[in-house]
Design a protein around this ligand. Structure first.
Ligand code: LLP
Length: 387
């Protein structure tokens, strides 16, 4: 079994569970994104902070010069604290609270991605109180299927996100009355963990149609934001550590009709940080059940909730055993049956104390950890620290 090339001897001295970030892989990933977009000076990447805000990880992303896509005041503040220039911060979310809007206004962020008419009116009002004009983009629900898990599909009519095409006329007619917001762009996000490029093609086709809507009304848009969503290879993180950014960006080059003055914005999260992170855990017990054997880890869904919440697959490697493979239900210590990372999973034969890596956990891993059962939050280490 091909395994990750990790500093296992260093791991042996560390209390588990913990997250481990391979910063060399992250740097290579960031370089690859640059390689793919640097020829298009009008392409801009805003890292989706919701995927991971580990300080070391953020530092690398900020150093690579990317902006930030935020969905809360907390994320705006974290982006500012990490040194992301405020004119590269976009702010999305269906339920922006007044204090969060004010934080964005006070820091003159690049753009509010607005999800409803009432929100637009509140931003206008709060901006007026400060004597400012907020730049806004309309998040439009394009009704495009992302062909991914239904919990992480966002661009369908049935989803709560974005403004429906049917409501667009009303929103556009309201703009002239609102003096403290300026329409600068349109925004889309159809879902996450999308591996089928035809979904992004479908988005491009819709965006072109929607652009026509604005052009026919003589509305000039400075930018188009196509959100995030590029998936990673959870099955084979060792073979495909860096997503196929070339293919992804080529979809937009080939299918999206940008006007000469327009910039194109991306909000990539998972594809940037997903593969550089792993959750490291130790086997506490091997328990022989009536019909199967359980490998009980010291990590649970409080540390990595994706398998429980989305039935997500994470590759699991036993880093300290070369024994013949055996089949286990790999579970955590939390008092719920859903605390299961994998069922009938084949892994090198294991025993108490073995170190287990749950791979591809860099995105929506550490950040979604909770303290349920009053467990400790997992710590995190980087490859730089453990060299
Ligand atoms: N932009 C917007 C407006 C979003 O809602 C999201 C993700 C992104 C960008 C970044 O998408 P990405 O490039 O990471 O796919 N917790 C779930 C994923 C939730 C994604 C929510 N929105 C999971 O663990 O799979």
């Amino acid at each position: 079994m091909l395994k990750a090339n990790y500093p296992v001897q260093k791991f042996e001295k560390i209390e588990t569970p913990f997250y481990y970030y391979d910063l060399d892989l992250l740097r290579d990933t960031l370089k690859e994104i640059h390689r793919c977009i640097d020829k298009d000076s009008n392409y801009h990447v805003h890292y989706a902070m919701k995927a991971n805000v580990n300080a070391e990880v953020l530092r690398e992303i900020k150093n690579a010069g990317f902006g930030a896509d935020c969905v809360s005041g907390g994320e705006i503040q974290a982006a500012i604290d990490a040194g992301v220039p405020t004119d590269k911060i976009v702010f999305a979310g269906v339920g922006k609270a007044d204090w969060e809007i004010n934080l964005g206004l006070d820091n003159n962020i690049f753009c509010f991605n607005v999800e409803s008419l009432p929100e637009l009116e509140v931003i206008n009002e709060l901006a007026a109180q400060k004597g400012k004009v907020a730049q806004v983009a309309l998040r439009i629900n394009p009704n495009v299927n992302a062909n991914t898990h239904h919990y992480i599909t966002t661009g369908l009519n049935e989803n709560k996100f974005g403004i429906n095409m049917d409501d667009l006329d009303t929103v556009i007619e309201t703009f002239p009355k609102l003096k403290n917001v300026k329409l600068v762009g349109i925004h889309f996000h159809i879902g996450s963990q999308i591996t089928d490029m035809t979904s992004f093609q479908g988005l491009c086709v819709r965006v072109n149609e929607i652009q026509e809507y604005f052009t026919s009304r003589n509305i000039v848009l400075d930018h188009i934001n196509v959100g995030g969503g590029l998936g990673i290879n959870y099955e084979h993180p060792n073979h495909f550590p860096i997503p196929d950014f070339e293919a992804y960006f080529n979809v937009f080059r080939g299918h999206l009709s940008l006007k000469p003055h327009q910039t194109l914005h991306f909000e990539l999260g998972r594809s940037v940080v997903g593969q550089c992170g792993s959750l490291l855990s130790r086997v506490l017990y091997i328990k022989q059940g009536a019909t199967k054997q359980f490998a009980i880890l010291d990590a649970g869904f409080t540390d990595l909730i994706r398998p429980t919440l989305y039935q997500a697959y994470h590759r699991i490697e036993n880093l300290t055993s070369e024994a013949n493979e055996s089949e286990y239900d790999i579970v955590g210590p939390i008092c719920e049956s859903s605390d299961t990372f994998a069922k009938a999973y084949k892994m090198n034969g294991t025993k108490r104390g073995d170190i287990i890596a749950l791979r591809s956990a860099g995105a929506y891993g550490e950040i979604m950890a909770s303290r349920y059962n009053l467990r400790k939050l997992p710590k995190a280490y980087t490859s730089d620290e453990l060299k």
